[in-house]
Design a protein around this ligand. Sequence first.
Ligand SMILES: Nc1ncnc2c1ncn2[C@@H]1O[C@H](COP(=O)(O)OP(=O)(O)OP(=O)(O)O)[C@@H](O)[C@H]1O
Length: 290
Amino acid sequence: MLLELHNITKKYDDTVVLDHVSFRLKPGVYGLLGANGSGKTTLFRILCGVMKQTAGTITYNHDDVQSNPGAFRSILGFLPQDFSYYPDFTGMKFMLYIAALKGINKNFAKKRCLELLKLVGLEDVKHKKIKKYSGGMKQRLGIAQAMINDPEVLILDEPTVGLDPKERVRFRNLISSFSENKIVILSTHIVSDVEYIADEILVLKQGKLENRGASSELVNTIQGYVWESIVEKNRLDEVVAKHVISNQKHEATGTVLRIISNEKPTHNAEQVQPTLEDLYLYYFREDTEK
Ligand SMILES: Nc1ncnc2c1ncn2[C@@H]1O[C@H](COP(=O)(O)OP(=O)(O)OP(=O)(O)O)[C@@H](O)[C@H]1O
């Protein structure tokens, strides 16, 4: 299994939204990390054949996927960001409906849908209407429908948006358990979603693949740029205004600031070990300030 993007470029009129994005993915979990508007959804839509790139090619096992879209679609599972559920359908009916759309044999479909609903923890509510499901339950149904054809490539666009921390953890565990011998690509701007489960993180910034690597490798690239400093109350506003602040904690002696800066930001600042959250702020400081 080898998915390769070669110089994928997408323009809307004169605006370049994806700029020569190239990467090769073998089985594993990949976190596509980017601020809002960095091009994640556009990239996924192109990968899934919903949209055509302006230039570049995509190959799967060295075959051009767009010259035989049916073949690629049959091994692809997709959970779009704006996935629409039919609120009056039950979970089971919805799964059977998706199975029918994918042309799965009726007898097999029932067995497969039950199996998947069980796997995502919706067995007990399979005959309940989706409008009664919580956000987390809907997302779990979303992943179940994306898995219906036992895909080799699974694409999940911001699957954890709107989930509470407990559901997020559950969702992450689910993805890990599904990921064996699959290429799973998951986009998010929530760092903790990918920090633990992604084998590799792809950082997309303003349409360009800025960096890729294991979380620890990427974090090492900002070694020396993360600081902690105790700042007295009367200087707090000034320091906060001048720097990218990753965290603020009020203590009796003053405020402890975690600061992202190429240079020592205050006289008493001390270097600390960076985290992936710091890396995100380092890459997307302009985007997050907007
Ligand atoms: N149909 C369109 N016409 C023009 N510009 C578009 C169109 N669709 C998206 N864009 C622009 O392309 C850029 C990338 O959008 P995209 O939705 O791919 O980003 P994203 O990383 O998925 O962001 P988000 O996390 O907000 O969904 C944005 O600047 C967006 O405004």
